[in-house]
Each structure stands twice: as C-alpha cells, then as structure tokens.
Design a protein around this ligand. Structure first.
Ligand code: ARG
Length: 486
C-alpha cells in the first residue's frame, strides 16, 4: 500500500530536543521520524474505544482513592475531568493527532489540559498494556452482546417464516440433486438450529472473556496496594485475571469472538447462497421484494439478490480477520508486543461486517415470499418419493430393505424409460416388477404423503416442524440475557 505522505519515507527524525513525546519522552532527546509516527499510531481506529477507556479510568481512579493511593481531591478532579473528555469526544470535538499515538494518550493528555497536574496521578499502578487489554475486552463484550441480540432477531424471523411455510412442500437435496421432499419450514428451521448454536458459542466466549486484566500493569503487577477485585466488579467483570503476564498478552478473547463470528458468517453465507439460487429464474422457489433486490443498468428484466450476495461475501472479511489475528499472535513471546496493536482494526471490521450480514439476512427472511406451487411441483421431480416406495415394500410386503431398494430401482428405471413419474406408472406396470404390489402403494407416492409420514423426531412432517417451532419459541422466551442477567 502506498504510504500517503512521500516525505514520510525519508526516515528522518524530527529536530533533536523538540517534539519528544510528552507522556513517555522523558529520556528522549528527539521526536520520532515521520514514518515511525505513522506506523506506530493507532488512533485512526482505536478512537472508538474512548467509552471503554474512560470507563476503565473511572474504575481505576475510584479504586486508587479507596485504597488511599491518591487523594480524594485529586480523584474528584480526575473523575470530573474524565466526564468532560468523554463529552468532548462524543460531541466530535477532539482533534485526533497521530503524535499522541492512541486513545489512551489522547484521553490522558486532554485530561491534563483540563485539570492540570492531578491528571498525572491517574496512571499510577497501571500501564497502557493492561489498559488496552481491558478496553478491548470491554469492547468485545459489548460486541458479543450486540451480535447475540441481532442473532436472536434473526431466529425470530426464521421462526415466523418457518411457521408460515411449515407444510409447504419443497425438494430436499443432497449433492444439489432432488433427494426427498421436505417442507420449506423444516429447511428454515435447520438454519434456526445453526444460529442457536452460534449464539451458544458467543455466550461461551463471553464467559471466558469476563475477567479483568486491569491492575496487571506493564506485565508483572504493581507494588501499590491496589484492589483488583474492586476494579473488576466496578467494570462488570466476574473477577480479576489471575496472572499478570497472561493478562497483558491474552488476545484469545478476540480470537474466540472472531472464531464464533467466522462460523456464524459461514452459516449466513450458506443461507445467502440458497437465497441466490432460489430467487433465480431456474428455481423460482422464492421471491424478494423491491426492498431487497436491485436492478441491472442494461438488462431491464433483472432483479438481483445483491443483499444475499453481499452477505455471502462478508464472510471473507470475517474469516480474514480471524486469520489475520491468529497470524499476528503466533510466535509472540510473552508478554506485550506492539504487534498486538494490530488486533483491533480487523476485529472492528469483522464485527461491522457481521452486523451488516445478520441485519441483511433478517431483513431478507422477513421479506421473502415462497412460491408454493413451484416448490411443490419441483418436489415431485427426480423420483423424490422413491424412498417412500421402498419403505412401503418393506412395511407391506415384509421385504428386507436392500431388496426393496433394488425393486424400487427397477421401477425408477421403468418410469425413466416411459418418461413419467413413479406415481404415473399404472398398477400393471408396478406388478410387472413386483407382483405383490397393490393399489395401496399410490398412497405413499404423493409428495404430501411423503412429508407427512416423516414423523420421526427431527423429521420434516409438518406436525413435527410445528412442534419444533413451538419448542424453539419457548426456549427463546425462557432465555436470560447474554450477560447472564435474567
Ligand atoms: N496502542 C497500543 C495497542 O493498541 C496500546 C498499548 C501500548 N503499549 C505499549 N507498551 N506501547 O496495543
């Protein structure tokens, strides 16, 4: 990628003595080269952590006062100053400057401008290493809660649509070849199951994430008599992390978030792909309204499922982010290394892509209309009730399944030769292959009969599908929030 400012490529330090960093530049005579500043700064993306950063600073400050490490008067000044900094950033009034590297230094340096020297006491017994780990965990926790709520809405959309089409017969496929009739409701409920497991993965990740790194300081802990349990409780963590080195080095909470996000994206992508197929003129199983399609600038007849295509494509960003962070972390010695600053941009981008994909999918599921007639007709193609015929032979003629499979194969061949469906063969033709077949066999050859008979638990019979929908609705109603709150 092109470095924006060409001058930055000449690795030239700013004039000696001037420009050394105000927050850590005590032993530095000169400021950084322009390119150093450029590669080092994270403010262009980590500014979004300001809410978490200020929340962490408040908790830290209160604890420092409570432990008598800083005076109450300084503490009050710091808290009031932090309120002002937060208001200013929220109002878009803070000018972000790469010289101040990251959000932590922006907040502290503005605090100093507002309250003066007392600001310098806030950084007692902490480091940017535990600070950034805490901020990023708080952000990821919120991101998990947002994904969880969005996925719940998708589940509700799937349940409503599945209920509407609980008895709409469609072809079920294996190898994308017509296999056995199923119902559209059953097909949609398959995705409901996937999303339910996805939410479980995010919730599991949240439980492991919810330990507070703050107070681990740079890597070794601190000699100040801090109370890490108090800060942890204040920030809604279950408790403090147990090892200071691990605390500042751990990014598996982000990796878990991205792993869960990747699996969810893959599920969304599979459904998106089916929507693309189903809306095509070749399938015509479903249609999307104007709200979820776009036209072509040259082909007036086109109605393109762009939202589904982009949902499918967002998967690349999410899996890319997981790959990227896995590679960043691989081989880093303990404890913190600046490499870890690369954790945030990809995670933010993945969370954004996932949020868009979930919302678009929820919209499409709510929007879509199924073409019952086309689906039903298609369900009868490709000898989709051949298994029902074989099952009839087993149940009525006491044939071993393997023999029944063979007899059915011969009947399929016969129908194929005559260019008709199994149900179109007359009884004489059936009996030419197996003389014991009776009129009763036609009862199971229709696609409705086929799906109605699939009453096994988890099967596609509309009655089963409706039961699965009510069970899922009850489970949703009984749910507690992602944070464990009732
Ligand atoms: N901006 C840094 C990051 O995102 C904050 C931590 C910096 N720590 C340090 N020792 N330089 O990782």
């Amino acid at each position: 990628m092109k470095v924006e400012n060409d001058k930055a490529q000449s690795v030239k330090a700013a004039g000696a003595g001037g420009g050394a960093n105000a927050l850590w530049g005590g032993r530095f005579g000169a400021g950084p080269a322009e390119i150093m500043e450029k590669i080092n700064a994270s403010i262009s993306f980590d500014h979004k952590l300001y809410v978490q950063d200020i929340a962490g600073s408040r908790a830290h400050c209160r604890m420092l006062v409570k432990q008598g490490i800083i005076g109450a008067e300084d503490g009050d000044k710091i808290l009031a100053g932090l309120d002002q900094v937060e208001r200013e950033i929220a109002a878009g009034e803070m000018k972000f400057d790469p010289k101040l590297e990251d959000i932590h230094m922006h907040v502290e340096s503005r605090l100093r401008e507002i309250i003066g020297d007392a600001a310098g006491r806030l950084h007692t017994a902490r480091s940017r290493n535990d600070q950034v780990a805490t901020d990023f965990k708080l952000w990821t926790r919120d991101a998990i809660d947002a994904v969880d709520a969005a996925l719940r809405e998708l589940q509700e959309a799937l349940l409503d649509r599945a209920e509407e089409y609980a008895d709409a017969v469609m072809p079920g496929f294996t190898h994308l070849q017509a296999a056995q009739p199923v119902t559209f409701g059953h097909h949609l409920m398959a995705y409901h199951e996937m999303i339910a497991r996805d939410r479980g993965r995010f919730r599991d990740a949240r439980k492991r994430l919810n330990e507070c790194p703050l107070g681990s300081a740079a890597l070794a802990g601190t000699s100040f008599p801090i109370d890490r349990h108090a800060t942890a409780a204040n920030l809604g963590f279950d408790g403090p992390t147990r090892n200071s080195l691990d605390s500042v080095s751990d990014r598996d909470f982000a990796l878990e978030f991205l792993s869960a996000a990747s699996i969810t994206s893959v599920h969304l992508s599979r459904l998106a792909e089916e929507i693309v197929l189903w809306t095509s003129a070749q399938f015509r199983f479903i249609s999307l309204s104007d709200a979820f399609t776009t036209g072509s600038s040259i082909m007036p007849q086109k109605r393109n499922p762009d939202a589904a295509e982009l949902t499918r494509a967002k998967t690349g960003r999410v899996i890319g982010a997981l790959n990227s962070l896995l590679i960043v972390m691989k081989g880093l010695p303990l404890a913190y290394s600046k490499d870890m600053q690369e954790d945030k941009e990809v995670t933010f981008d993945a969370a954004n892509a996932l949020a868009l994909a979930i919302a678009a999918m929820t919209g499409m599921i709510r929007d879509l209309k199924a073409n019952r007639e086309v689906m039903r007709e298609s369900a009868g193609l490709g000898f989709a009730t051949a298994t029902d015929l074989a099952d009839w032979l087993v149940q009525n003629l006491n044939m071993p399944f393997r023999n029944a499979h063979h007899v059915t194969g011969s009947l399929v061949k016969l129908a194929e030769q005559r260019g008709c469906g199994l149900e179109d063969l007359d009884l004489a033709a059936m009996q030419s292959v197996e003389p014991r077949i009776t009129e009763d066999v036609f009862r199971v050859l229709g696609v409705e009969n086929s799906v109605n008979s699939r009453m096994s638990f988890g099967g596609t019979a509309p009655e089963r599908v409706r039961a699965a929908i009510s069970a899922a609705r009850e489970a949703l109603a009984a749910e507690t929030g992602a944070g464990g709150a009732a």
